[in-house]
Design a binder for this molecule. Sequence first.
Ligand code: SF4
Length: 250
Amino acid sequence: MSNSTANLIELFSSIQGEGSQIGLRQVFIRFFGCNLSCEYCDTNVGVDAGLCRIEQTPGRADFKEIANPVDMNLVLSHLQGWVQEWPKVHHSISLTGGEPLLHLDTLHRWLPELRLILPVHLETNGVLHFALSRVISDIDYISMDIKLPSSSGEIDLWEHHRQFLEVAVQAEVSVKIVVNSTTELWEIERTAGMIAAVDCNIPLIIQPETADDLSIRISTLSLLELQEVASLILPDVRIIPQTHRFIGLL
Ligand code: SF4
């Protein structure tokens, strides 16, 4: 695989359902593969790495499958076509996964070209700080996770997250944590303290873990208590569920 190609899962148009860009229309490019294995992950389960599905018309779910790896020129011409035929519809391009920063060489080559079409929004698990430092100058917005041990099962990523945040703050960044009924107050305090030490104006998004049947795996009272604890440290703490799932969008 050359650095002008990448293994992708899908390319499609939808609204951003999470975080600080919530509700905005974006082009999503979902990269294959992840360096973590969160207990709540449903992203890579059952995905065939050999095929990428590409939506032909923005938001119409008329997918066509092509073989991986996907060439950058195909992605660029597809997006240029969308921007010409549907001008001003999309706010930005969201790079998601899996973990896009695993594809560092590809991003290094693709990002300047993508950014000529639309601003670039990176959705990341917030661990690969060295990779981020190589491409941060070509990213406009970052939505980074901090993986809480209680909900994710990942136990010791704090220092990786701290170093990542130190780099990410060069772009417009927000932090997302997924919480459930096992989340403990010290995890919220540690997260908020880490953010405040870098820049206390970075928004913290508390996202309740959502089951397949769209039920929430934490009580509303517990959610409010977590927000109260974080708000003692940070001025911008929001509770936002995965809204796109509630209206049946990808
Ligand atoms: S970081 Fe995201 S894609 Fe990777 S395992 Fe966790 S939830 Fe899944």
